[in-house]
Design a protein around this ligand. Structure first.
Ligand SMILES: Nc1ncnc2c1ncn2[C@@H]1O[C@H](COP(=O)(O)OP(=O)(O)OP(=O)(O)O)[C@@H](O)[C@H]1O
Ligand SMILES: [Mg+2]
Length: 270
């Protein structure tokens, strides 16, 4: 057995601010009751992580988040033997820890991970709810509070990188998108400290830019970037400079596209 883990470090102490967009709070709560694995789909910066943090807090469960990438191996998730002065010692990976302590395990951008990595989640996400630690020769039966949640950005992956049907069909799914205008204005106001009028302008600029998705932009301006813009403006940065820094420069290097975006900024802050 591995040494005991401090569960408290994974608990979220205060309420993460989250504005519900639809009935996702109830849907999540019901899915959690039956411990259904969930797939949260949506573009970058639209509130997926914030939502999971809010739900983990609301349900009073520890949350373990893992950012997946293409170099990640199954061992990074499950664990490995490490060498120390007394010989070898097993160290649990984050997925194993979550299964043992009954955490919500949030695998961010799971499509990025190699397929041998996604396969280790299979026995955890069907009736077995188990995790074989092959190298260690141990079979873990997941704690009754354990739940697996993955995020998935429908825009990014090529066909090569998409999840297999046998992986997809182990999850329930929730679609996320940028909140509608009034709600997004409220979020930007609350999160950045700008006044409502300024927040509304930022959201309106974002709406223009979001129409350019697929017409020269890979992604629209996220809620996250609007919050960044608002934070700079609230600190006294001039609006055009703040927008340029947060809503134009990170998005594209194409000079024409930058002109287009800057023109949208001009329309509202010029
Ligand atoms: N419904 C919401 N309620 C409160 N804040 C929100 C909401 N939606 C978005 N935000 C704001 O947007 C920011 C970005 O959201 P978040 O980090 O959850 O995005 P994400 O969907 O997880 O993005 P990524 O796919 O890049 O990880 C949050 O820090 C928060 O300020
Ligand atoms: Mg996230």
């Amino acid at each position: 057995m591995s040494e005991s883990v401090d569960i408290e470090q994974y608990k979220i102490k205060s309420e993460p601010y989250y504005e519900a967009v639809g009935n996702e709070l109830n849907l999540y709560a019901s899915a959690y009751e039956v411990r259904m694995p969930l797939m949260i789909k949506g573009p970058t910066g639209c509130g997926k992580s914030r939502f999971i943090e809010h739900m983990a807090w609301k349900l009073g469960k520890p949350l373990i988040t893992v950012a997946c990438n293409e170099d990640m191996t199954a061992s990074d998730l499950v664990g490995r033997f490490l060498l120390d002065k007394d010989g070898t010692k097993w160290q649990d990976g984050p997925l194993t820890t979550a299964a043992r302590i009954g955490a919500i395990c949030y695998l961010d951008e799971v499509v990025e991970a190699r397929q041998d990595t996604t396969v280790v989640i299979h026995p955890l996400t069907d009736h077995r709810r188990s995790l074989p630690l092959d190298k260690k020769g141990e079979l873990i039966n997941a704690h009754e509070d354990f739940q697996l949640v993955i995020s998935y950005n429908p825009g990014y992956q090529s066909l090569m990188k998409d999840l297999k049907q046998s992986t997809k069909q182990r999850f329930g799914g929730l679609d996320f998108d940028y909140p509608e205008e009034d709600l997004e204005t409220q979020i930007v106001t609350k999160e950045s400290g700008v006044d409502k009028e300024t927040a509304k302008k930022l959201v309106q600029i974002a709406h223009r830019a979001r129409n350019l998705k697929g017409h020269g932009l890979d992604e629209g301006i996220s809620t996250r970037l609007l919050v960044y813009a608002g934070q700079l403006i609230a600190k006294g940065v001039e609006a055009e400079a703040a927008c340029s820094m947060t809503m134009v420069t990170p998005l594209t290097d194409d000079p024409d596209m930058r002109d287009t975006l800057n023109a949208a900024v001009q329309t509202f802050f010029g």
